[in-house]
Each structure stands twice: as C-alpha cells, then as structure tokens.
Design a binder for this molecule. Structure first.
Ligand code: DX5
Ligand code: ZN
Length: 217
C-alpha cells in the first residue's frame, strides 16, 4: 500500500494537568487526529474522562477528535460525545449487542462511525455492518492502559480486514504498542491510521516522534 499513513496521538499518555496545551502541541507537531480514550472502569479496568473534558479541550485543536469508547453500554452516551465535539465515534463490538443500531445512531448524529475489536475478537464480528462503517479500530493490546506490548498475532487480523475492505472509504486504524519498530509492520499489513500514546507523549520531540511513526523521520 502506498498511501500516507495518518498518526493519531492518544492523550492517555499526555500530562493531564496541561491537557489543552498537550493537545495543541501534538496538533502543531503534525498529528492527523487527536485520539481520546474513554474508559468506564467496567468494560475495561481503568477510568479516564468523559464528555466535559472533551468539550474543554475541543478548542485547543481543529484536528478531528477520534473518540474511542471503551464503555459498556455506549449507546446511551453517543449524543453526549457528539455534542462534546467528537468527529469520529468508535464503539467496541464486544460492548454492544445492538452494534448495527449504534452505528446508525452515530451517523444520524452527523459523525463518522467506527467499531473496535479486542485482540480476542474475530473480524467476522463486523462483516455484516461494513456498510455502516467509516473506520475499523484493531486493538493490538488488550484495552485499558497505555504502555503495553504489541500483540504480534494481530498482524494477521489486520491483513484479513484489509482484504475485507479493499482500498475503499473505510479507514483501518490500529491501537496499542505502536512505536517506531512496530509501525512498519502494521503499515505493511494494511493499516491507514496509527494510534500512539507512549511513542508520542513520552518522547521529548513530538514532531520527530510523529515523523518516526510515519517512517518519514
Ligand atoms: C489502550 C488505548 C490506547 C492507548 C495506547 O486501551 O486504547 O489508545 O493509549 O497507548 P500506547 O500507545 O502507549 O500503547
Ligand atoms: Zn484507544
């Protein structure tokens, strides 16, 4: 694949005391999306933030806000995240027994609809909702925390999903353990968008870190 890969820094690894400034800094450093990890302490064993924090940082960047909901159930909260300033709203296939309805709802709210798959979930979970999707997010760690190790076995799933979707309008995003070493492997397997927390926010130079992920630095 010979397209420009996008980079979506995850603010999970940012300095939360200076969140607005951190969002502005990665925007200026070349981020394509701002990735926002919403965790509920139930679907995943960690808690982060919700719509008021997203609304508070919305003004710090004009880049698309890529909201990754690790929340069960997500459906009752979709409108609140849309109102807070999300551009892409991604729900987990495992957290939603009415996935088709939630994806329709996200598009009805005027937002781009995404679905995420945990490492243990097959791509077959989404084959009947492909027409409702703008983005597929493959987890390359078990969600809940930054700084975990990339699960190599997910490369095969990324390749299969790339074959399922072809080169059409659905973006293929990967999340977890992405760094300058693993990025070329997921790009080769067909990823369009790289989420990275540690590999951007724990580096001294955000612009250099983003270039290194793209393979242009
Ligand atoms: C994990 C989150 C990720 C996380 C990635 O549950 O969905 O977005 O921030 O962090 P790194 O890049 O450090 O693996
Ligand atoms: Zn994420």
């Amino acid at each position: 694949m010979n397209h420009a890969v996008k980079v979506a820094p995850s603010i999970l690894s940012a300095d939360f005391a200076r969140l607005g400034e951190e969002v502005r800094a990665v925007d200026h450093a070349g981020a394509d999306y701002i990735h926002l990890d919403v965790m509920d302490g139930h679907f995943v064993p960690n808690l982060t933030f919700g719509p008021p924090v997203i609304e508070a940082i919305r003004g710090w960047s004009g880049k698309p806000f890529d909201v990754h909901l690790m929340v069960d159930p997500a459906q009752p909260l979709l409108a609140a995240f849309a109102d807070a300033g999300a551009d892409i709203i991604t729900v987990h296939a495992e957290a939603d027994v009415h996935l088709d309805r939630s994806l329709q709802r996200i598009r009805d709210l005027g937002k781009r609809a995404g679905v995420s798959l945990n490492p243990g979930t097959s791509e077959t979970a989404i084959e009947h909702v492909l027409h409702r999707l703008d983005l597929i997010l493959v987890m390359t760690v078990n969600p809940g925390f930054g700084g975990q190790s990339f699960i190599l076995r997910q490369l095969e799933k990324i390749r299969r999903i790339r074959r399922m979707i072809g080169d059409g309008a659905i973006e293929l995003e990967v999340d977890g353990g992405i760094n300058a070493e693993t990025a070329p492997q997921v790009i080769e397997a067909g990823a369009d968008v790289l989420v990275a927390g540690t590999a951007v926010f724990r580096m001294p130079d955000y612009a250099a870190a983003i270039r290194a992920l793209r393979g242009t630095g």
